[in-house]
Design a protein around this ligand. Structure first.
Ligand code: SF4
Ligand code: SF4
Length: 337
């Protein structure tokens, strides 16, 4: 039986559910589909008139009464996104792929973001109908303020979510301008509104961590306490590599987020989604609670990896356990000879 949960029982607001389209999000997301395909926009559409969930998304906006800090963050967001991008310079700067990738570290040193990575663009990352004529995806991560995040689903957490999305948008604009001023076309992709591409798959591909049971990435240092932005470009960056930390296996034995999720949206088993077997959050169970709390975030806040300093210790523990297991297996196989 799940542990005692202060947010249960949860009954979705019938006003919200009446606005949902007939084919709820799980089928739009491709749950159970065996073929790899490009994703459809389900939520966070920039134009709510164009998507089946538009009416429900608009209800979500009206539900929340933003406090002064959240209002300020929203104003800031509009200002950041309204800034024009630099012209693409006529003179093209040449560097080796390794130098390009290394030079991204400057944005971490200046505190604009906490991690950078580069992945080769894959067609299945682009939303249906989006034209993405770029070869590389630069990924940028900004870390949450954990003290604020852990108040989820309170607005204190929502305000930090907005704040971090603003930092992410800001650094994406900066990186894009930096490239454009060196003669390389570049386009920022900023959340939470849907841009041209999904952000989680390229972040996994460029080594930001592993997919957690709660459907978000777990980074070995920041846990799930971070937000993403991207920059699309043809500048010849070296790809950053993926690494496995044993997080996937950890999730198969941990049930913290499952027990904490008010509408029971997190499943104990991986599921088939657009041709890939993976952890998947039941969108149709999650979205009413997400909408009624203006963003929820309980699952990423309760994940033990999100607590500052815990991730690196867990990685070491997992490493030690796996070395011990290998040594025991070696001993057993030697004894059997
Ligand atoms: S709470 Fe546990 S199961 Fe859920 S994502 Fe975090 S580590 Fe994985
Ligand atoms: S965001 Fe969704 S999946 Fe995560 S705890 Fe909230 S309702 Fe559950």
């Amino acid at each position: 039986m799940p542990n005692k949960n202060p947010h249960r029982p949860f009954t979705p607001d019938p006003e919200f559910t009446s606005l949902l389209p007939k084919n709820w999000g799980n089928s739009v997301n491709g749950l159970g589909e065996t073929r790899v395909r490009r994703p459809d926009v389900v939520w966070w559409a920039s134009d709510t008139e164009q998507v089946p969930f538009g009416a429900a998304q608009k209800w979500f906006y009206t539900k929340e009464v933003p406090g002064p800090e959240l209002t300020q963050e929203r104003i800031k967001r509009q200002e950041i996104l309204a800034r024009p991008l630099s012209e693409v310079a006529a003179k093209v700067q040449k560097r080796s792929p390794g130098e390009w990738t290394h030079s991204l570290q400057q944005f971490v040193r200046t505190g604009d973001c906490e991690q950078t990575g580069v992945a080769r663009m894959q067609p299945e990352w682009a939303y249906k109908g989006a034209d993405v004529p770029f070869t590389n995806v630069i990924m940028l991560a900004v870390q949450h303020n954990y003290e604020k995040l852990k108040s989820a689903p309170d607005q204190v957490c929502g305000t930090d979510v907005s704040h971090q999305y603003n930092r992410a948008a800001n650094v994406a604009m900066k990186v894009a301008n930096w490239l454009r001023e060196q003669g390389w076309d570049a386009k920022p992709v900023t959340g939470p509104m849907v841009g041209d591409i999904l952000l989680i798959p390229p972040a996994l591909a460029c080594g930001f961590g592993e997919l957690g049971k709660h459907g978000s990435i777990i980074n070995p240092k920041f846990g799930s306490a971070f937000r993403l932005a991207a920059v699309l470009t043809d500048a010849p960056f070296e790809q950053t590599t993926t690494q496995e930390y044993g997080i996937d296996d950890f999730c198969s034995r941990c049930r913290v987020c499952e027990n904490a999720c008010p509408p029971f949206a997190i499943s104990q088993e991986k599921q088939l989604v657009r041709g890939a077997e993976k952890w998947y959050v039941d969108f149709d169970k999650c979205i009413p609670y997400f909408a009624e709390t203006s963003g929820c975030a309980i699952c990423i806040a309760v994940c033990p990896w999100s607590r500052p300093g815990v991730g690196p210790n867990l990685v070491k523990k997992i490493e030690r356990r796996s070395k011990r297991k290998s040594a025991e297996q070696l001993l057993t196989s030697t004894d059997q000879r």
